[in-house]
Design a protein around this ligand. Structure first.
Ligand code: ATP
Ligand code: MG
Length: 269
């Protein structure tokens, strides 16, 4: 079975989709077969690869919306997974059809809470699944947490959103009741401009509060991420020599190492 990582934070624009998009390229470079699962009705991750018009025209039955519907458990991997123009990056697309399912009280949806998890159990041809979530803690994010092995929390280094992060951690704890295997890979400082004192101060504060639960690698605010996204390519393939690509490879290594450590310690225990 693949290892599933979800990116979650109720803060909008913190870099969840961008991180999934570029990390996929770095993970392929590290020899992994990656499945990207878009669980955001905005469909940003899907649009990153296929463009907005193409994504908006995909029928609900061919998107992740299918996994929120009564027929969810009859859906096979072949029916939803599509290739991208990059070898070893495949996707399950999301678009506006998912919006009506993203309701606030996910625990009330019974067995359907497990549909994405069951679907991914069959995704055996992949090593890593990255799930992109919307900027809220409703049903899409909840379903991702129930399906995931690991969670990464992207945090931009300003607007110290302690309230927001507290709710994220509470939701993770709740999801662990249904999915005891869910572990935190850590907070990921994103969109950082280290020239700004406020960003450096915020980063330090996050590290003081969450200690080992913060990834060492910091994702900088860098135009290379935007430019390659606009060219529908992870930065790894578009600008492999850029600092942005180098740091994304470093992030990928750190994440894969952390997964290894946590998996090994689980086996030993
Ligand atoms: N490290 C970065 N450097 C430069 N631009 C970035 C970076 N990360 C994200 N962006 C840009 O900021 C915008 C928001 O990023 P992104 O869509 O990844 O955030 P998000 O958390 O997925 O947002 P939402 O909560 O709406 O889903 C995008 O235009 C993206 O290209
Ligand atoms: Mg997004």
């Amino acid at each position: 079975m693949p290892i599933t990582i979800c990116m979650i934070n109720q803060k909008g624009g913190c870099g969840k989709s961008s991180t999934c998009f570029h990390l996929a390229g770095a993970m392929v470079e590290a020899g992994k077969r990656v499945l990207l699962m878009d669980l955001d009705p905005q469909g940003s991750l899907s649009q990153g690869f296929f463009g907005s018009t193409a994504v908006e025209n995909v029928e609900a039955i061919n998107t992740t919306a299918r996994l929120f519907h009564d027929n969810a458990f009859f859906t096979t991997v072949d029916q939803l997974v599509v290739g991208t123009r990059f070898e070893n990056i495949s996707m399950v697309i999301a678009n506006q059809h998912l919006a009506r399912f993203n309701t606030p009280e996910p625990e009330e949806t019974g067995m359907l809470q497990f549909a994405v998890r069951e679907f991914l159990r069959e995704a055996i041809e992949f090593d890593i699944v990255l799930i992109d979530c919307p900027p809220n803690l409703y049903r899409c994010s909840w379903t991702a947490l129930v399906a995931a092995d690991f969670v990464v929390i992207p945090v931009p280094p300003e607007d110290f959103g302690t309230q927001g992060l507290r709710a994220v951690h509470q939701t993770i704890e709740q999801a662990r009741k249904l999915n005891p295997n869910l572990r935190r890979l850590g907070h990921l400082i994103t969109r950082s401009d280290r020239r700004l004192l406020i960003h450096r101060a915020y980063e330090q504060r996050v590290r003081e509060i969450y200690r080992g639960n913060v990834l060492e690698t910091v994702v900088p605010e860098a135009s290379a991420f935007k430019v390659s996204l606009a060219g529908r390519s992870p930065v790894e393939f578009d600008m492999p020599g850029s600092l942005a690509a180098k740091l994304t490879r470093q992030l990928s290594r750190e994440i894969l190492d952390r997964i290894n450590e946590k998996t090994v310690s689980l086996k030993v225990a």
